[in-house]
Design a protein around this ligand. Structure first.
Ligand SMILES: [Zn+2]
Length: 177
């Protein structure tokens, strides 16, 4: 899992970003307790998404942190890991609760990105069932939110965080008029 530099990078990144979600419903209890090994890695800048990024299912993933950092730096305030109205077991990655805009940063492996998903060869049936379940749950979560008047924006972890931030900014502007 962790090697030395990753731990150091994760801790550093966490230190740099820990103040930016103040006021959120939840904050990580420990720097590494809920973080994971993809923190500090690139935003899948290489053609192939890095294996450790694919293997990562945690909430505070590198791409999500980068996006949050950009949003916060441009003055946007949001809640993280906000319970989905009507199903509190599910969480919105980045929630603008007043304007009801829900942002998800979906991992390429766990949510079956059409560009990067590669089905594991070992235990193929298990993985197929599992990943298909994730995709169905994503769709149901989106539907539930939309029924409750939310706008749902889903981004892949491989997408440019700057472009994602621009899309979110535009959506918020449209929701405010
Ligand atoms: Zn992808």
């Amino acid at each position: 899992m962790f090697c030395g530099p990753d731990v150091a990078a994760a801790a550093l990144l966490w230190e740099n970003t820990r103040g930016m979600d103040r006021g959120s419903a939840e904050l990580p209890v420990t720097p590494l307790g809920r973080s994971n090994s993809s923190i500090g890695t690139s935003w899948a800048s290489s053609p192939a998404v890095r294996r450790n990024m694919q293997a990562n299912r945690g909430r505070d993933t590198g791409p999500e942190l980068q996006l949050r950092h950009l949003l916060h730096a441009s003055g946007m305030r949001y809640k993280i890991h906000w319970p989905v109205p009507g199903d509190r077991r599910r969480r919105i990655d980045i929630a603008f609760t007043r304007r009801k805009v829900a942002v998800f940063v979906d991992g390429c492996f766990w949510h079956r990105c059409p560009t990067h998903y590669v089905a594991p060869q070992a235990n193929a049936t298990f993985w197929d069932t599992k990943i298909r379940g994730n995709v169905e749950r994503d769709a149901m979560t989106t539907e539930l939110l939309e029924r409750n008047g939310w706008l749902v924006l889903r981004f892949w972890e491989h997408e440019e965080p700057g472009e994602a931030a621009d899309d979110i900014r535009k959506a918020l502007q449209e929701r405010s008029v």
